[in-house]
Each structure stands twice: as C-alpha cells, then as structure tokens.
Design a binder for this molecule. Structure first.
Ligand code: SF4
Length: 302
C-alpha cells in the first residue's frame, strides 16, 4: 500500500470515529506533505521542522481546522511528562452536551437505593445475581478509591487483571490511567474509580443491554454517594452507556455533559490510548477540561 492510500484510509477511519481534527503524532509535516503530493512553499520549508502542521498545510493551499480554543496551556504529547501544577482556575470554554437524569432523584432500583454506603454496595455486588456475569467472573469489581472524591472515573467493565484482583484499572491500561491522573495532579487514591459493569464479561466481550440495565443502578448509587464534582467517562462504551446515546466518542468529546446533575467529560479508554498513541493528545485535552471543571467547582466562592 502506498503512502497516499495509507493516509486516505487513516483519515477515513478518523472521520468514521467522528473526529474532525487530525493529530500528527509520529509523522512529520514534511512527510505528510510528501504523501499528499503538495509542493513545499518557501515559507513552509523555512518553517520546518518546528512549524505547526496547520500552518504548513495552509501554506500549501490546504485549510486545516483551527486549533480548538479551550483556554488550555500547550498540549503535552505525553501526559506523564507534565509536572507543574495548575496555578489558576482557567475558564471552562466547552459547549454543553447531553443531559441524562435529574440532579435529585430516586434511583430506579429500590433495593439499590437503600444501599447507604460504598461498602454496602460492594457487598451487594459480591452476592449479586441480577445478570449472568457473576457466574463466569472470578471476582466482583465494585470500584475503589476515595469515598468522598471530587473526581470520578468510569470505565466499561473489568478485564482479566481486574477480574483476578477484584480492583478496577489495575492492568496496563490502569497504569496509564494512574499516569493520566498524575498529569492533572490527582493521586489515584484521591479519585473514585468504577466501571459500568461490576463483573467481567467472558472473554472481554461487549456488555449486553440487559447486563447494563441490571448493573447500572449500582453505578448511579455510587455516584450519588460519592458526589463527585466531575465524572470522566473512559471509552466509547462507558460514554454511550452513561449518556444513553449511540453518538461516537469523537462527537461526544470536547463537551460538558450532565449525568444526574454531575458534569461529565468523555475521553478515550486508556487501553485505546495504548493501541493508538496518536489519541494521547486529544485525551490530554479532555482530561484538562475535566480538571478545569474540577478547579472551578472547588474554587473559593464556587
Ligand atoms: S455484572 Fe452487575 S448486575 Fe450482573 S451480576 Fe454482576 S453486579 Fe450483578
């Protein structure tokens, strides 16, 4: 496959995912220009190699999208390399997204509504038989972290490592999540981390609708008890399940949704970031947005 065809397929894949911005990760502007067959103008040549890729393509006659103006500092290519803490509360400049549920409500499952602590929920999950997943899982994975966390992460379902240990996000993806949290100056133990499903689907298959329906009350109740200031939904499945939508993750990113009154930001699942390093940059923008919401919520007078 020649380079032009590879780039065409890459762009189509991105478009199908609902993305409108191209992030050049390992490809230099010069390489991309060569693939595109665009003549390098003197201005773009002079600008190499450090020029913004948008400027270079614009100079060659293209019109790439403007960089999103979210009021963020420069984007890090590696979320683990950020060390300086945020010093000021940066205004949130992201569109409002979907709204699911009301801010005050009675959970739809009465028995779960009566579970009054996270420990009680964990015990209920351990003996739950509301769907078939308990039968094939090794351990329940109810969730872990600070019961009073301001920041909550929600993923899809336990994987093999999580199933073995009974703790969410402990495999490779979990280690990356820990680094992502550290990059926005949050310790893993200060955050509450849970999944939509509390038992592992066999072979990591996609959760079935009846499993999600059966298990969701536990998550909703956890959110009610933890009372986070912001929720970070990790991955397509968690985002679509929480927001009750089939919109792609590319369409759901970059907005502030509401889940039972709690601001919710969508980003890629850490496992997807491991497979697609080029998504680290948009993911970094997402977590910074979540961080700004948190900063605004806990700022004096908020
Ligand atoms: S996955 Fe959820 S609903 Fe299904 S058995 Fe486990 S705790 Fe119960």
């Amino acid at each position: 496959m020649d380079g032009r065809e590879a780039l065409r397929r890459y762009l189509e894949q991105r478009k199908e995912l609902g993305e409108t911005e191209l992030v050049l990760d390992t490809l230099s502007v010069e390489e991309a220009m060569r693939i595109l067959g665009a003549a390098m103008t003197s201005s773009s040549r002079e600008a190499e190699p450090s020029a913004d890729w948008r400027s270079a393509i614009r100079a060659a006659g293209g019109a790439p999208p403007a960089r999103p103006s979210l009021g963020t500092p420069a984007v890090s290519e590696n979320v683990a390399n950020v060390t300086s803490p945020p010093e000021t509360v940066v205004p949130i400049a992201a569109p409002q997204g979907l709204v699911v549920g009301a801010s005050a409500r009675v959970p739809f499952d009465d028995s779960v509504a009566k579970l009054d602590t996270l420990e009680v929920i964990a015990r209920a999950v351990a003996t739950c038989t509301k769907c078939q997943l308990y039968a094939t899982a090794t351990n329940p994975v109810p969730g872990t972290g600070n019961p009073n966390a301001d920041f909550m992460c929600v993923g899809e379902a336990p994987g093999a490592s999580e199933d073995a240990q009974g703790v969410p996000f402990v495999g490779q993806a979990g280690q990356l999540l820990t680094k992502i949290l550290e990059a926005i100056h949050l310790k893993r133990e200060d955050v509450f981390i849970a999944n939509v499903l509390k038992h592992r689907p066999p072979g990591n298959r996609n959760p079935l609708p009846d499993e999600v329906t059966a298990c969701s009350p536990y998550l909703v109740r956890q959110i009610e008890l933890v009372k986070p200031k912001v929720i970070l939904a990790l991955g397509t499945f968690a985002a679509q399940t929480l927001l009750e939508t089939k919109l792609t993750i590319g369409r759901l990113r970059g907005q502030v949704h509401r889940y039972y009154g709690v601001p919710l930001v969508v980003t890629y699942h850490p496992a997807a970031l491991l497979r697609n390093p080029s998504w680290k940059r948009p993911a970094w923008e997402d977590v910074q947005l979540a961080r700004r919401i948190l900063d605004s919520a806990v700022a004096p007078g908020a």
